[in-house]
Design a protein around this ligand. Structure first.
Ligand code: HEM
Ligand SMILES: *[C@@H]1O[C@H](CO)[C@@H](O)[C@H](O)[C@H]1NC(C)=O
Ligand SMILES: *[C@@H]1O[C@H](CO)[C@@H](O)[C@H](O)[C@H]1NC(C)=O
Ligand SMILES: *[C@@H]1O[C@H](CO)[C@@H](O)[C@H](O)[C@H]1NC(C)=O
Length: 494
């Protein structure tokens, strides 16, 4: 009896061990997640990262852990993709799996995940398709928006001319010009540079950019529930977004009253028409909420990005006056002085085209991309990545790849030129990312950058306020976006 008991127990223990072992093996194999540094509770890997220089920290970690690794920003686990091969494999070859948007708590709180930039699933699919077609219908890739940019370039050049060579920080001029392009697409018209409503709008935007870099805003991403109760700049940010919302909702209401369904004037009209078409569908993704969110998303995504790229570009060209001069020679040769630049000129201006590309490559505006997420449990290069994991496809690691671009930290238009002076295309040119969620405004942004930059150099020579050798073209460290140091410049009419 006693013997039987021990044997049974022994057998039971053996069987359970075996079972445990096999399930452990299969889960550990299925669940092998990307490696990474050891994490501490609550703070994650924050102490092992230099938050003032995250790109550098991630580069170091990639040397230790390879091109796919995990870091924890506070409690938020992020899988980092480092290098052209993995970024391309994820965003393009495995595009559907990686087509989710990963939103940090602050983004969730202020942008609500209802517009094209932050939404996911069916909402995103429908909004993205609609946004791309409508942007195309209202000009992206068509002539009308090109003319709109040329017209705006005229206003900008006139405004600069009126400064009569006084040194100035060009930030506002550039923001106003760039913002007016997206405003004409979404709201139907540009604003006068002195329009009160417009200036209020831009002030809110500016203030938000500052608030976003506050310590409290960063803390919000780690401890949202606590921070919701505390006062501070993050609360002001939330208030400002509410004001922007109000602004957009008011314009939508005006559009509703004056809508002529047969003749949509802009993005909002087109959206209102779509809402009407889907009236019978109770599951429609086209609602007043997704309309106002998407309009605001386009306004926010289309203003800061492009205007900061131009501002950074003008700083770099002050440091390298010989490059600006060479562009001006090309402009004089191909366009002359009597007409505005247009997109058809670009193919005959390889040097200017190369400089425009090199500006975007060098500044590496969004080094970590806009965070993505995986749409389901997936397998990627033998690793298991659970649904909804946040992903950073690191654009820096592509744009500053030293095999593709020798001396990647140096500003050199030669990165985009063949030996015979023709333009050299590169698959590594990914400032707008790649794949299913690639920037929806890429065509628009590239047109703006080319036309504004060319129009400015056609009409002015840049005169720095300090010796050009002393100009520091490295970005202000710390932010999730690479911003140039503030500067003043004089525009000398040519
Ligand atoms: C130099 C200028 C710009 C840069 C560097 C830039 C860069 C980016 C990047 C890196 C993303 C994330 C893509 C991804 O998740 O893979 C993005 C998304 C987006 N951008 Fe841009 N962008 C610029 C200008 C614009 C403009 C002018 C618009 C206006 C139409 C715009 C609209 C959007 C939208 C709507 C998305 C979200 C796409 C989605 O989630 O499906 N961007 N942009
Ligand atoms: C973090 O990065 C900043 C900016 O590049 C640098 O000045 C600082 O020395 C770095 N700190 C550490 C601890 O490496
Ligand atoms: C630049 O100046 C020339 C005249 O010198 C003018 O024809 C051209 O339209 C100007 N460009 C812009 C964008 O105003
Ligand atoms: C210039 O060089 C590139 C690559 O080296 C080549 O593809 C192209 O045909 C050349 N163009 C001319 C006009 O020689």
């Amino acid at each position: 009896m006693e013997l039987l008991g021990t044997t049974t127990i022994f057998l039971l223990v053996c069987i359970s061990c075996l079972l445990l072992f096999t399930t452990w093996r299969s889960t550990s194999q299925k669940q092998k997640q990307p490696p990474g540094p050891t994490t501490l509770p609550i703070v994650g890997n924050i102490l092992q990262l230099n938050l003032s220089n995250l790109p550098e920290s991630l580069k170091k970690l990639s040397k230790e852990y390879g091109s796919v690794f995990t870091v924890s920003l506070g409690p938020q686990k992020v899988v980092v993709l480092y290098g052209y091969d993995v970024v391309k494999e994820a965003l393009i070859d495995q595009g559907d799996d990686f087509s989710g948007r990963g939103n940090l708590p602050l983004t969730k709180r202020i942008l609500k995940e209802k517009g094209v930039v932050t939404s996911n699933g069916e909402t995103w699919k429908q909004l993205r398709r609609f946004t791309l077609t409508t942007l195309r219908d209202f000009g992206m890739g068509r002539k009308s928006i090109e003319q709109r940019i040329q017209e705006e370039a005229h206003f900008l050049v006139e405004r600069i001319r009126n400064t009569r060579e006084q040194p100035l920080n060009p930030a506002n001029f550039l923001v106003h010009a760039v913002s007016n392009i997206i405003c004409s697409i979404i709201f139907g018209d540009r604003f006068d540079y002195k329009d009160e409503k417009f200036l209020t709008l831009i002030d809110l935007l500016d203030e938000n950019n500052e608030l976003l870099s506050s310590v409290q805003a960063q803390l919000y991403n780690f401890f949202p529930t606590v921070m919701d109760y505390l006062p501070g700049p993050h609360q002001k940010l939330i208030e400002n977004i509410a004001k922007l919302d109000q602004f957009v909702l008011r314009i939508i209401a005006e559009h509703q009253q004056t809508l002529d369904p047969t003749c949509p004037r802009d993005f909002i009209d087109a959206f209102l028409n779509k809402m009407h078409q889907e009236k019978g569908n109770s599951h429609s993704e086209f609602t007043t909420e997704t309309l106002s969110r998407t309009t605001l998303d386009l306004f926010l995504a289309g203003t800061g990005t492009t205007s900061i790229t131009l501002r950074y570009g003008l700083l770099i060209l002050q440091k390298y006056p010989e490059m600006a001069e060479r562009m001006q020679k090309e402009i004089d040769c191909v366009i002359g002085r009597d007409r505005s630049p247009c997109m058809a000129d670009r193919s005959r201006m390889p040097y200017t085209d190369a400089v425009a590309h090199e500006i975007q490559r060098f500044i590496d505006f969004l080094p970590f991309n806009v965070p993505r997420s995986v749409t389901k449990d997936i397998k990627f290069r033998d690793y298991f990545i659970p649904k909804d994991t946040m992903i950073f496809p690191v654009l820096s690691s592509v744009l500053h790849n030293s095999k593709e671009f020798p001396n990647p930290e140096k500003f050199d238009p030669g990165h985009f030129l063949n030996a015979n002076g023709t333009f050299r295309k590169s698959d590594y040119f990914m400032p707008f990312s790649a794949g299913k969620r690639v920037c929806a405004g890429e065509g628009l942004a590239r047109m703006e950058i080319f036309i504004f930059l060319t129009a400015i150099l056609q009409n002015f020579t840049l005169k720095p306020t300090v010796d050009h050798k002393d100009i520091d073209i490295s970005p202000i460290a710390g932010a999730l976006a690479n911003i140039p140091r503030p500067y003043e410049v004089s525009f000398l009419p040519r």
